[in-house]
Design a protein around this ligand. Structure first.
Ligand code: PA5
Length: 438
């Protein structure tokens, strides 16, 4: 189970108790599904109550992709792709595509509008056999819709009539342009439950199909999430997600407006992207909300480290630490010791990494940055499933504490409206708002 260590927060009692009580109230609101957006809390019990038939179909489709394809192209943006990328990079390594393996390489498109990026992907894909998994809950998001058109055409050029059997669609059960297209062409289709929003959908077909195709054991992933779910749903007292939500909201009230998520694993970088979307879209509303940022340590100690230690004191830091290294490497002994490193010889690198974490944590606390630590047992399917669920749960509580709906994203619409107007989409007339007065 995920643990939280809050000893790196100053022991000032002022109003802290109130925040703990507020967090317990928010916990009730979340688990009873009676708060704003309660109709989108399908993810809450999903790890135990998922559609078993759909789950088997996901495993079959993943096996088919592995059999027929050297590459899988995932088309999606935001909640429709960050989760799968996060899980794959953490569990299979950020250099997954470069590794020798018997699972397909993975490419992500439709998460932007850069022609440069899409041409790079097409070049990297080369003449490999590939399948497409297009993921969009609404079925109408511009970025993935354009990429799907492009890659569908590529598939058709490469495979002719067989192309359709290489397309896997993950979308709403009933509605949307993608659903209509999938029905017309007879694509293999998976449904995103109505009551699960994009950024809470990693444990549905949205995340499960790509990660399964890349060799991740999705039964274990769900098992880990289910175990975490049981623990977190068993009450608010001594609940680490409640404690984390209470602490971050209390710190926010004390002027810590930015939360920096730090991990000591390069494979975590897309988990951090997923986390930023989860918290940013859930909480950044009504002129408020903690700004979610992230760093990769120790690399960023040599860039942003200066700011963390010494810059504006509006930061709180959350360290995600994996307690047990999956693999380790001892530091070699060198006869000459010209680099002066023999004092570390034969120590496992993971030990040095842990010491760096502890040393940095202490330095940041001394520098005036409160540090929360989230302890994850290891880098395994079970632990990653547990961590995903933990963050979703904590995010729901934290957003309710802040008095906002954790499950909508009204702010995302503004750019879309402007984009459609400027591109001349039918039905979108003139009328882009001018500059506001600051
Ligand atoms: O969390 C969300 O709901 C959003 O980030 C969506 O995932 C994102 O906008 C993509 O939407 P869609 O899946 O409808 O293409």
């Amino acid at each position: 189970m995920i643990q939280v260590d809050l000893s790196g927060i100053p022991q000032v009692k002022l109003a802290r108790k109130t925040y703990e009580e507020l967090a317990c109230k928010a916990y009730e609101t979340l688990v009873e599904q009676k708060g704003a957006g309660g109709e989108f809390t399908g993810w809450l019990r999903l790890p135990a109550c998922y559609d078993k038939g759909e789950f088997s179909r996901i495993q079959e489709a993943a096996a088919q992709i592995r059999k027929t394809s050297q590459a899988l192209v995932v088309v999606g943006i935001g909640g429709s792709y960050l989760g799968s990328r996060a899980v794959i990079e953490l569990l299979q390594g950020p250099d997954y595509n470069l590794q020798p393996k018997n699972t397909p390489d993975i490419f992500y498109v439709g998460n932007g509008l850069s022609s440069e990026a899409i041409l790079h992907t097409i070049a990297a894909l080369g003449d490999r056999d590939f399948s497409l998994n297009v993921i969009s809950k609404s079925g109408s998001t511009t970025e993935p819709a354009i990429a799907f058109r492009l890659f569908r055409k590529l598939l058709q050029e490469q495979y002719g009539r067989e192309a359709d059997s290489r397309i896997y669609v993950t979308t709403d059960k009933e509605e949307g342009a993608l659903k209509v297209l999938a029905q017309r062409r007879g694509y293999t289709t998976f449904s995103i439950p109505r009551d699960v929003g994009g950024r809470y959908s990693v444990l549905t077909a949205v995340g499960l199909l790509p990660v399964c195709a890349c060799g991740v054991d999705i039964s274990q992933l769900l098992e880990g999430a289910a175990q975490e779910m049981e623990a977190l749903l068993s009450g608010s007292q001594g609940n680490p997600a409640v404690a984390y939500a209470a602490a971050r909201q209390w710190l926010y009230s004390r002027g810590m407006t930015t939360e920096v998520l730090a991990a000591y694993e390069p494979g975590f970088s897309y988990m951090a992207q997923w986390w930023k979307q989860l918290f940013g879209e859930s909480e950044g509303k009504g002129g408020g909300g903690i700004f979610p940022a992230s760093v990769e340590l120790t690399a960023d100690l040599h860039s942003l480290g200066q700011y963390l230690q010494d810059g504006m004191r509006n930061l709180m830091e959350t360290v995600v630490y994996f307690e047990k290294a999956r693999r380790d490497v001892p530091i070699p002994y060198d006869q000459e010791d010209l680099d002066g490193l023999n004092y570390l010889a034969s120590r496992p690198l993971s030990q040095v990494n842990r010491t760096a974490m502890e040393a940095t944590k202490q330095a940041h606390i001394q520098g005036g940055v409160p540090v929360m630590e989230i302890q994850v047992p290891d880098i395994s399917e079970r632990s990653v499933g547990a961590l995903l669920y933990f963050f979703q749960f904590a995010c729901g509580i934290s957003a309710y504490m802040a008095g906002v709906n954790p499950f909508d994203q009204p702010g995302v619409e503004a750019y879309k409206r402007n984009l459609f107007t400027m591109l001349g989409r039918p039905g979108y007339g003139p009328g882009i708002a001018g500059l506001p007065h600051f």
